[in-house]
Design a protein around this ligand. Structure first.
Ligand code: FE
Ligand code: FE
Ligand code: FE
Length: 241
């Protein structure tokens, strides 16, 4: 029996850098698009004129815009993060996001459509929320990291929902190649979400819980009302005891 070349080449060096992986994804996507060049119709799927086709394409445009915005927002989040652990997790996700953009371009190609973004109001809001958290937390604090993680997880959850639906739509439309690409991204978003949870629970949340609140004047604005509430809460606690 001849030796299987495929088996030996399968054991790839684990030392490959992130950059080369990103390039590999790009090359794979490009060559796959060129050699296969199949449109949805050629793949035996619907003709591309159904309402679901339109919803699929519109959602692709939405998440394409969102991923591109994230490529601008993530480096800022990384810069503002306190711990090296969070900084490197964000860095890794920036590389993944670049690959995800390439995969989306590949899916557009499979659909026979030009890669095009359409403003995603939700992602715009989520990014804005992330910026607010940075503004409202102290530089170099663990609380800021806890906040950045929360903002990032909100983004991941939006992405998980979107890619989850895109996978389901692509399956329904019989676009096997697109299903595979979108599933890869879906997995990365889920892994990122889990990793962020682990980082937060590692010690960031714990340390943030020990950081004293800065003295802020805007808290005193509604002082009388708040004092009343605090008093009655204390009283209730005493009664419970
Ligand atoms: Fe993404
Ligand atoms: Fe959206
Ligand atoms: Fe993501």
């Amino acid at each position: 029996m001849p030796t299987s070349k495929a088996r030996t080449t399968k054991t790839k060096s684990s030392a490959s850098t992130r950059q080369s992986r990103a390039q590999a994804t790009k090359n794979k996507a490009q060559s796959s698009a060129r050699s296969k060049g199949k449109t949805q119709a050629e793949n035996g799927a619907s003709e591309g004129n159904t309402q679901l086709d339109k919803l699929f394409t519109d959602t692709l445009k939405d998440i394409y815009w969102a991923e591109k915005q994230l490529l601008k927002a993530l480096p800022k989040m990384q810069k503002n993060a306190t711990t090296d652990e969070l900084k490197s997790a964000i860095e890794e996700h920036i590389t993944q996001t670049e690959e995800q953009v390439t995969r989306l371009e590949q899916v557009f190609e499979i659909c026979g459509k030009k890669a095009q973004g359409k403003k995603c109001a939700a992602m715009e809001g989520l990014i804005e929320e992330g910026n607010e958290i940075v503004e409202e937390t102290e530089k170099g604090s663990m609380t800021r990291d806890a906040g950045i993680i929360m903002a990032a997880q909100k983004v991941e959850h939006y992405e998980i929902a979107t890619y989850g639906c895109l996978v389901t739509f692509a399956k329904t439309l019989g676009m096997d190649e697109a299903v595979e690409l979108l599933e890869q991204t879906l997995e990365e978003e889920k892994e990122t979400d889990e990793k962020l949870t682990m980082i937060a629970e590692g010690n960031i949340n714990q340390s943030a819980g020990q950081e004293e609140e800065e003295e802020e004047s805007d808290e005193e604005e509604s002082e009388s009302e708040e004092e009343e509430t605090e008093e009655s809460e204390e009283e209730m606690e005493k009664k419970e005891k």
